[in-house]
Design a protein around this ligand. Structure first.
Ligand code: DQA
Length: 149
């Protein structure tokens, strides 16, 4: 089984560090990638961190993960609350899926309280800041090891 984990990021997450830092913090996606790469090495995993503002691109990467990856950590951004298509793509993926939100979406506007992706996710992490990605990676490592055993 592959030891590759896709870390997928949806719209506007390319602006992390600059966008609403009081909500999303000062770390950039490059910082998250560096932190996750260090942790992945400890866990015996590899990562591929990707970001797109386009729903179809995210779906194409999920399809790619079907053959390439043992797990997906995904922060779908606003597509969380709108995208049945991303949910369908994740339903076609057999490995572990952990949904991550930097902010605590449940403390925010009510339209952020519903997630299509949560209908598939094996776990959901919200409100832990950018550390949530590392928690997600650890959980994928555990679930992937259990699936192998
Ligand atoms: C987010 C929360 C979403 O509601 C929002 O649209 C985002 C980021 C988060 O990481 O907290 O873009 O997924």
């Amino acid at each position: 089984m592959s030891n590759l984990v896709y870390i997928l990021n949806g719209p506007n997450l390319n602006l992390l560090g600059k966008r609403q830092p009081h909500i999303y913090g000062h770390e950039t996606l490059a910082d998250i990638e560096a932190d996750c790469a260090r942790l992945a090495a400890e866990l015996g995993l590899e990562i591929r961190l990707l970001q797109s503002n386009h729903e179809g691109q995210i779906i194409d990467w999920i399809h790619e993960a079907r053959t390439d990856a043992c797990g997906i950590v995904i922060n779908p951004g606003a597509f969380t609350h709108t995208s049945v298509a991303i949910l369908d793509a994740l339903n076609a993926f057999e490995g572990a899926v952990i949904e991550v939100h930097i902010s605590n979406v449940h403390k925010r506007e009510s339209f952020r309280h519903h997630s299509y992706v949560s209908l598939r996710a094996d776990g959901v992490i919200a409100g832990c800041g950018t550390q949530g990605y590392q928690f997600g990676l650890r959980r994928v490592a555990m679930l992937a090891a259990t699936a192998k055993a």
